[in-house]
Ligand binder design. Structure first.
Ligand SMILES: [Zn+2]
Length: 260
């Protein structure tokens, strides 16, 4: 181990001072963003949180779900399958981490989200995409881009971890749709809604948000409070309708906090 030199200490102090005071010049550039160690750790913390809560949220387990992290150059796939036809970059907590270049230009929109997997991710994974998986951009660039939006609540590290659990829920719903205890309750409430969207889309979203709420209530209370007041009653889109249903169920189970 080397003693930290002066330059390193200046870097440490600058890093400590920087997070809340990002000027536009310091913001990471989405088209050239490369995932950093804190980005990988954030994703891993999200996976760890999902595994910690699996008895309550995903009782049949989430080992079958792979997770893809992409930046401006590469896709990194976390999988428990040890023999996928991709380059191995390392391992973490029972997962092999694979790496594949994608050669695409990643849009700002794609860098600002989890879910809605871009085509270049499917292309880069090719035949290695054998298990259900979801994809995420790195949390640092995602948070920076969310901060540019008006009224986004997805601009913190905890909101990113909550999003990882939300995406696990979508994957779990697709695999276990007939074996999720809360789904009949969600289904009954969705039938009462008037919406131009198919009810199965709203049911899936309600389940994903219910998982995100339950996880955040326990692990990410600040994100939970923001999530709880966020949805817009009356807006006919699956997220808002799903959030309305999820919060009704949470309230029925008498685990909701007082609204701030
Ligand atoms: Zn969703």
């Amino acid at each position: 181990m080397h003693a930290p030199n002066r330059v390193a200490w200046i870097a440490v102090l600058a890093a400590l001072a920087a997070p809340c005071a990002a000027s536009p010049a310091q913001e990471p550039e989405s088209s050239s963003y490369i995932a950093s160690r804190p980005d990988f750790v954030a994703l891993q913390d999200g996976i760890r949180a999902a595994r910690r809560l699996r008895a309550r949220l995903f009782p049949n387990g989430i080992d079958e779900t792979d997770i893809a992290l992409y930046d401006s150059k590469d896709v990194y796939l976390y999988s428990r399958d040890k023999d996928l036809p991709l380059a191995k970059k390392g391992s973490w907590s029972g997962y092999v981490v694979y790496q594949a270049s994608h050669g695409a230009k990643v849009s700002e929109r794609e860098m600002a989200r989890c879910g809605a997997t871009p085509d270049f991710v499917f292309a880069a994974l090719g035949s290695a995409a054998v298990s259900p998986f979801f994809s995420c951009s790195p949390w640092n660039i995602q948070a920076a881009l969310q901060r540019k939006k008006r009224a986004s609540i997805y601009d913190t590290r905890d909101s990113y971890l909550g999003t990882v659990i939300h995406e696990f829920a979508h994957a779990y719903h697709r695999q276990e749709v007939d074996r999720i205890p809360v789904l009949p309750r969600i289904d009954a409430k969705v039938r009462l809604l008037e919406s131009r969207h198919p009810s199965r889309r709203i049911v899936e979203e309600a389940y994903a948000i219910w998982c995100e709420l339950r996880a955040s209530q326990e692990l990410f209370p600040a994100h939970f409070r923001r999530l709880y007041v966020f949805h817009h009653p009356g807006m006919d889109d699956p997220h808002n309708l799903g959030a309305k249903v999820a919060m009704e169920i949470l309230n029925e189970d008498a685990v909701a906090p007082q609204k701030p």
